[in-house]
Design a protein around this ligand. Structure first.
Ligand code: C5P
Length: 227
């Protein structure tokens, strides 16, 4: 009989067969405020990150979930660290990474934010205004620099030339694997992903409910990246 890797058996074996890990997961969008009431953000619902947190708990792992603002129930058993801004997410992740075995970065982080936040509410002048945006810190890239023996898995949401761009991000951010998904994933219950490892090989293609993909991803990480 053909011998399949352990993760391929997910669903047919007890999910709690692998060694328990402590996993840092980022999820949801971040917000960058222009003034006290307006912000830049994106349409991320956080569902993929929360599904991964749930799947990790189901598999017997400990989870620190660093989440931007979302309207989702927190998976029972995981530790939630709620954040709003990109720098808050960055600080929370750097503070907690050392105690974890690895990180899965599913958050849709703002790439840019206003250089200055106006206090109160900006007044409409009848004129156009220009807002200077500065680049935000790249959280998974920094964790990738600091990771030592830990593992890191990133996400890439790409519309054009997806495979090449995902591979570029995988190396730039020093990830052990990257999950490539498409813009149709935003806000949806289902997803269609390609999992690419650090040798640029597509090791899996999964389509289905986000929670099912999350279980497969956790099983793959436990079988492939964990000690
Ligand atoms: O936005 P981008 O396509 O670069 O996101 C790719 C990966 O990097 C995702 O895993 C995302 O969570 C992570 N990221 C991050 N900090 C940023 C931007 C992206 O951790 N500032």
């Amino acid at each position: 009989m053909e011998r399949l890797p352990l993760w391929a058996y997910y669903g047919r074996v007890d999910l709690k067969t692998s060694i328990a890990m402590k996993i840092l997961i980022t999820a949801g969008p971040t917000r960058e405020y222009l003034d006290d009431v307006r912000f830049l953000s994106n349409a991320s619902s956080g569902r993929m990150g929360y599904a991964i947190a749930q799947a990790a708990i189901d598999a017997g792992h400990e989870v620190v979930l660093v989440s931007g603002p979302v309207a989702l129930p927190v998976p029972a058993g995981c530790e939630l660290v709620s954040v709003e801004g990109t720098r808050d997410m960055y600080d929370a992740c750097l503070a907690r990474f050392a105690e974890c075995d690895g990180v899965i970065a599913a958050a849709a982080v703002c790439d840019y934010g206003p250089r200055e936040r106006t206090s109160g509410k900006r007044i409409k002048t009848g004129q156009s205004i220009t807002i200077e945006l500065v680049e935000m810190p790249d959280i998974i890239a920094e964790l990738g620099r600091q990771k030592g023996p830990r593992w890191s898995v990133g996400f890439a949401l790409e519309a054009q030339d997806p495979h090449r761009r995902a591979v570029e991000k995988l190396h730039k951010k020093n990830c052990d694997a990257i999950v490539l998904n498409r813009t149709t994933a935003i806000g949806a219950d289902d997803n269609s992903i390609e999992l690419i490892d650090s040798t640029d090989t597509t090791v899996a293609k999964w389509t289905g409910r986000k929670i099912d993909i999350a279980h497969r991803l956790i099983a793959w990480i436990a079988a492939t990246l964990a000690d």
